[in-house]
Design a protein around this ligand. Structure first.
Ligand code: ADP
Ligand code: 5GP
Length: 207
């Protein structure tokens, strides 16, 4: 893969709470990547803003967008619908922009299968431990244990998708993880990672 000089897509996926939204924000702040702002039927969190974090829409509006074939990919995640619109993504890429996505494995599969004529790099983020993941989710969801439990329930299923990604990284220390990702994106680091180590780590997370 050549470095992302012009138009290209980077996807970050992970089990919920591992830190991909935090990492995507850091990437767009410190580089010339723009984020693909998704549409969702989920209710906004306290600190989230419409048009910045997501386009928050109703289920009916979402269904209309599906019917009009506006989505590049879309999926149902934790009882809500999420999708990336073609317009937002393709318009930016055509302008030579580099796009970063924070989407799940279902959306990643759809984009991968489309075999678009743009460079694509997929990165999977793992939490350092199940305990730490739970701690991060409780913090972010402001102790809304119903949501935390729902997300932890999907955790194992999501985790197993790491094998479908080009690169896998553990988000323990945020700065280190970010630097690692930027090295991969900037092609200063080959897409090689220690698969045996990651496999062991995933097994420990599954216990
Ligand atoms: P995701 O988008 O993968 O669901 P978030 O980016 O929302 O996860 O992160 C979940 C929570 O964990 C947030 O409160 C975030 O501030 C925190 N967080 C993210 N990365 C780290 C890290 N490396 N160390 C400690 N806390 C982190
Ligand atoms: P959250 O509700 O925590 O913001 O996101 C829940 C999950 O939905 C995360 O795994 C996130 O990556 C995923 N997600 C967010 N936007 C999209 C999207 O546009 N498409 C798909 N397929 N998944 C998305």
């Amino acid at each position: 893969m050549s470095s992302f000089k012009k138009g290209g897509m980077v996807i970050l996926s992970s089990p919920s709470g591992a830190g991909k939204t935090t990492l995507v924000k850091k990437i767009t702040k410190n580089s010339n990547f723009v984020v693909s702002i998704s549409h969702t039927t989920r209710a906004p969190r306290l600190n989230e803003k419409n048009g910045k974090d997501y386009y928050f829409i109703s289920k009916n509006q979402f269904k209309k967008l599906i019917k009009k074939r506006e989505f590049l990919e879309h999926a149902k995640v934790f009882d809500n619908y999420y999708g990336s619109t073609k317009k937002i993504v393709i318009d930016q890429i055509k302008k030579g922009k580099k796009i970063v996505f924070d989407i799940d494995w279902q959306g990643t599969r759809q984009i991968r299968n489309k075999k678009l004529n743009y460079e694509l790099l997929t990165i999977f983020i793992l939490p350092p431990s199940k305990k730490e993941l739970l701690k991060r989710l409780i913090k972010r969801e402001r102790k809304n244990m119903k949501t935390v439990k729902k997300r932890m329930k999907e955790f194992k299923k999501d985790l197993l998708k790491w094998k479908e990604y080009d690169y896998v990284v553990i988000n323990d220390d945020l700065k280190k993880c970010y630097n690692n990702i930027m090295k991969v994106i900037n092609n200063k680091k080959k897409l090689l990672f220690d698969k045996t180590f990651i496999n062991k780590h995933v097994k420990s997370l599954l216990n």
